[in-house]
Design a protein around this ligand. Structure first.
Ligand code: ATP
Ligand code: FE
Length: 357
C-alpha cells in the first residue's frame, strides 16, 4: 500500500509518498520561516496564502521525486485533519480531497500529534518502540507527555496550560536578538548556547521551576524571566555577550530540566499504575535539540528499574513538520480500509486522547 500525504497545519507546506513497507519515496517540505520573521510568530493570513502558493508545487515535486504514477501506484491520499490553524489545514485538506476525488481514491484525515508520536514506528525499524511507551511531544504548538497504548489510543499524562516549549524557545531567541536562521529561532538559540566561551559567564538568579513535583509543564514563566531581566537592565543593548549567553543557557537548562523532571514523574506514575514501559520516544521540532537529547539520556539512567529503557528520537528532519509522518499514520487505516468521507470536517482543536479507538 502506498500513501500520498499533505500537511499544512502550521507554517510548512509538505507533501510525501510513503509505502507500507516503510519506504519513504519522497519528502518535500517548503518552509516559510522568512515570511513570518517580522510578525513574532506565525501570521495566519500570510501562512494560508503561502500554503496556497506552495501546495501544488509540493505535491508535484513529491510525486516526481517518488517516481510514481499517481493513476496506478497510489492507494490513498492522507491529510492533516487537525489540530492546527483552521485556514492552513483547509488548504491541505482541499488539495487532498480534490486529488482523491479526481482519481477516485480514498482519503484519511490524520491527527497531527498522533503522526508525530507514531514516527519512530517508521524510523526505528527493525527495533521500533513497543506499546505501551511514553512519548514526549515537544513542538511549536505542544508540550505533551503521553502514554501511547496503541496506534490510536493515547493518554495525556502532562500538558501545558500556557505556552509550548517551542514557542518559548522562539520568544527567547527573538528577545536575545539572535539572527533568524533557516532552521528557525529555536535552533538559533541552541546554536548560540553551544558556542565556546572563554572567560566569565555571569551568575544569574535561578530560573523558576513551575509545577515542581506535578505532572504539568509551564513555559511562559521562563520566557517572562528573560523579558523581566532584559527590562531591568533597560533593554538588550545594555546586556553584554557573556550575560546574553548566561540568559540563553539558563533558559535552555530550565526548559529541559522540566522535561527531565516530568519524565521521571511519568515513570513513577507508570509504576503506581502497573504499566510496564520500556521505551521513551521524543519527537516534535524541539526534539532535534542536542542538549535536550543528552540530558534526557542522562536522566533515564537515574531510574531505579531493572530493564534498561530505550530512548528513541526520530531523525531531526522527521521531528519537525513533514508529510511523511502523515502518510505513515494513515497507513494502518488504508490497510484496514478504514477511510474517511470526502465530506469529513477539519478539527482545528482536537485532543489526542479523543481519537476513536
Ligand atoms: P505542532 O506540531 O505542535 O503543531 P509545529 O508544527 O509548529 O507545532 P514543529 O515543526 O514540530 O512545531 O516544531 C517547531 C518548533 O521547534 C519551533 O518552536 C522551533 O523553534 C523548535 N525547534 C526546532 N529546532 C529546535 C532546536 N534545535 N532547539 C529548540 N527548539 C527547536
Ligand atoms: Fe508539528
Amino acid at each position: 500500500t502506498c500513501s500520498c500525504a499533505v500537511e499544512s497545519s502550521a507554517d510548512d507546506t509538505c507533501a510525501a509518498v510513503v509505502t507500507s513497507s516503510r519506504q519513504i519515496l519522497s519528502n518535500v517540505v517548503i518552509k516559510q520561516n522568512d515570511l513570518h520573521e517580522g510578525y513574532g510568530g506565525i501570521h495566519p493570513m500570510v501562512a494560508i496564502q503561502a500554503h496556497q502558493r506552495n501546495m501544488p508545487i509540493a505535491v508535484k515535486r513529491a510525486l516526481r521525486e517518488a517516481n510514481v504514477d499517481i493513476r496506478k501506484d497510489i492507494d490513498g491520499i492522507a491529510f492533516t485533519r487537525g489540530p492546527g490553524i483552521g485556514g492552513c489545514l483547509s488548504v491541505g485538506s482541499n488539495a487532498a480531497k480534490t486529488l482523491a476525488a479526481s482519481l477516485d481514491l480514498p482519503v484519511v484525515g490524520v491527527h497531527h500529534m498522533q503522526a508525530h508520536a507514531l514516527t519512530p514506528l517508521l524510523t526505528s525499524w527493525p527495533n521500533p518502540p513497543k506499546f505501551p511507551f511514553l512519548t514526549l511531544l515537544v513542538s511549536g504548538g505542544h508540550t505533551l507527555l503521553l502514554l501511547a497504548k496503541s496506534l490510536n489510543s493515547f493518554r495525556i499524562l502532562a500538558t501545558t496550560p500556557d505556552e509550548s516549549i517551542g514557542r518559548s524557545f522562539d520568544k527567547v531567541s527573538r528577545m536575545l536578538g539572535l539572527p533568524w536562521t533557516a532552521r528557525g529561532p529555536g535552533a538559533a538559540l541552541e546554536q548560540f548556547c553551544a558556542q565556546p566561551r572563554e572567560g566569565e559567564v555571569p551568575e544569574l538568579p535561578p530560573y523558576p521551576r513551575p509545577f515542581k513535583g506535578q505532572l504539568a509543564f509551564s513555559y511562559s514563566s521562563l520566557h517572562s524571566y528573560v523579558e523581566r531581566y532584559i527590562d531591568s537592565k533597560g533593554g538588550l543593548e545594555n546586556i553584554d555577550l557573556p550575560a546574553r549567553l548566561a540568559l540563553a543557557r539558563g533558559f535552555q537548562t530550565a526548559a529541559v530540566a522540566q522535561l527531565e523532571e516530568k519524565v521521571l514523574l511519568a515513570f513513577q506514575w507508570c509504576s503506581e499504575n502497573n504499566v510496564q514501559v520500556g521505551d521513551v520516544v521524543v519527537s516534535g521540532g524541539v526534539a532535534s535539540n542536542t542538549y535536550l537529547r543528552e540530558r534526557l539520556a542522562a536522566c533515564l539512567t537515574k531510574l531505579d528499574i531493572s530493564n534498561p529503557i530505550s530512548l528513541n528520537f526520530p531523525p531531526p528532519a522527521l521531528c519537525t513538520d513533514n508529510a511523511v509522518m502523515i502518510a505513515w499514520a494513515s497507513m494502518h487505516r488504508f490497510l484496514a480500509r478504514d477511510y474517511d468521507d470526502y465530506t469529513i470536517d477539519l478539527l482545528a482543536k482536537w485532543n489526542i486522547d479523543t481519537l476513536s479507538p
